[in-house]
Each structure stands twice: as C-alpha cells, then as structure tokens.
Design a protein around this ligand. Structure first.
Ligand code: PEP
Length: 249
C-alpha cells in the first residue's frame, strides 16, 4: 500500500504573517490525516516555516535548487542549504521552471541528482502542454522527461523520489484533467517503471497536479494509480487544502 501524499506548492505567494496563519490552520487540520503532507514555501521563508512545522505532521520542501553544490552561482540555493534550514523535499522540473526559466530535461535531471546528493527527496514534475496533448504525443513527452532523469540518476534513484504528473494545460487554469485522463497517464508512468523494475513501479508514488480542489480531489485520488496531489492555488487556502488532504486519506 502506497501512503498518499498531498503537496502544497505556495509558488511566489505569502508573507511571514500569512505563512504562520496558514501553517497553524494546516497543522491543526491535518493532524489525524493519513496522507503525508508537505508544503513548499518560497525559499526566503523556508527556515521559518520549517521551524514552525517542527514536531507537527507537516513537512517542508523547496520549490527549486541549484544544479551545483557550492560556489559562484549568484542568486542560487543549494540542496545542502535547503536541508540546513529544515527541508526534506524539493520540487524539480516544475513546468513554470521549464517554461519561464528555460530548464531543459538535462538541467532537470542534474537538479534531481543534486537533490538526492544533498539528502532531499525530489518531486519530479512531468507533463505535456495542450498542444502536445492535442497532437497525441503526451506519452512521448512524459517518457522523454523521465528518460532524461533515469539516464543520469538510474532507475533505482526513484526508490527515493516522487513523480508528479502535471499536465501544463491544467496548472493554474481551473481546467482539471478528468479522473480518467489522469489515470491513463499515471498508469503509463507506472508502466514505464514496471518495464524496468516491477517492485519499484509498485512503490513509486505518482501525484496528480493541475487545478486540484476540494471538490474534485476525492475522485482524482480514487483512481488506482493516483497517489495524491501536487496542489498550487488551493494550497493557499487552509480550509480547502485540509479538505484535499483529508480526501487523500
Ligand atoms: C502547481 O503549482 O503545481 C499546480 C498544480 O497549481 P494549481 O493547483 O494552481 O493548478
């Protein structure tokens, strides 16, 4: 049985005061929840959010990390620094990083490796654009994104990683993939790993991301290969996010 996960990507939102309020409501709300709950605040707030979350069921992750571990990389944050301030996870290859900051498959793969080298659990985001879906290349795109990481990190690296299927057309658009659309790609991703290692395929958790809300979470999370969600906008509203966590388990 794979333990469900609900991850909240706060993106570039929040303030010290808002974060503290959101987190305390979240901690109070998810206490009895079976799902693993992880929040991803902006880097400047990580240390404070991690300190506030200490001793609770909520874990904290970074939204991004540098491919390199130390040195002259102005503006960057290393995996070791994320660990130092209390992060346990990090998002890698979010579609906003790929599209807005030009992160290629190979940069994403290097970030995945850097995350694991620092002791973080990478949450590898994959997914197709609307144009790619309409051209019928969703599986080819997802395979290409996974191949880049597998060829650098190896298949076994996914024993300590999480995959998030996030169709780009569903992120922040209010247009959610239907449960069947999500399940089809999740089954494809599990099949991708199954062809390499059946045990790994059974173990790896694949989250769905893209306009998850309290009103659609249970149906999405009820699909056989959907192990929880990566939630953006709805993770900024405590009550809504708690309902999503409860829907996961
Ligand atoms: C995300 O940021 O990864 C995301 C899925 O956002 P939203 O839930 O707002 O679509």
């Amino acid at each position: 049985m794979r333990r469900p996960i609900v991850a909240g990507n706060w993106k570039m939102h929040g303030s010290r005061e808002e974060n503290a309020q959101l987190l305390s409501a979240l901690i109070a709300g998810v206490g009895a929840c079976a799902a693993e709950v992880i929040v991803f605040p902006p880097a400047v707030y990580l240390a404070e959010v991690a300190a506030l979350a200490q001793g609770s069921a909520v874990r904290v992750g970074g939204q991004n990390l540098c491919t390199e571990s130390i040195g002259a990389y102005t503006g960057e944050v290393s995996g070791a620094m994320l660990v130092d301030v209390g992060a346990s996870h990090v998002l890698v290859g979010h579609s906003e990083r790929r599209a807005l900051y030009g992160e290629s498959d190979s940069v994403v793969a290097r970030k995945f490796v850097a995350a694991q080298a620092a002791g973080l659990v990478p949450v590898l985001c994959v997914g197709e654009t609307l144009e790619e879906r309409e051209s019928g290349v969703t599986e080819a795109v997802v395979s290409r994104q996974l191949d880049a990481v597998v060829s650098l990190a190896g298949t076994a690296a996914f024993l300590k990683a999480i995959v998030a299927y996030e169709p780009v057309w569903a992120i922040g658009t209010g247009r959610t993939a239907s449960p069947n659309q999500a399940q089809a790609v999740h089954a494809f991703i599990r099949g991708y790993f199954s062809a390499k290692d059946v045990m790994l395929a059974d173990h790896v958790r694949v989250l769905y991301g893209g306009s998850v809300k309290a009103s659609n979470a249970a149906e999405l999370f009820g699909m056989a290969d959907v192990d929880g969600g990566l939630v953006g906008g709805a993770s900024l509203k405590a009550e809504e996010f708690v309902r999503i966590c409860v829907a996961a388990g």
